[in-house]
Ligand binder design. Sequence first.
Ligand code: TRP
Length: 76
Amino acid sequence: MNVTSNTKDYIVIKALEDGVQVIGLTRGTDTRFHHAEKLDKGEIMVAQFTEHTSAVKIRGKAVIQSSHGEIRNDEL
Ligand code: TRP
């Protein structure tokens, strides 16, 4: 499937505490932050990887669901 398609898989991020940050990193040779979304406890963000976003960094306690499964970053 075309990696830049807007109809591809979503990831779901559910915040387990206030102030969880979902940070989008740019696609291409220059990898930098382009967006930081703050989620409070219980808030959910549904996001895709797009032509602008190649990676997502998640800071704080959250549950992340994707086609790869579910991961929680509430402990080290
Ligand atoms: N404008 C961004 C884009 O189209 C919006 C976005 C999509 C985004 N997925 C994201 C922002 C993941 C942060 C994290 O790429």
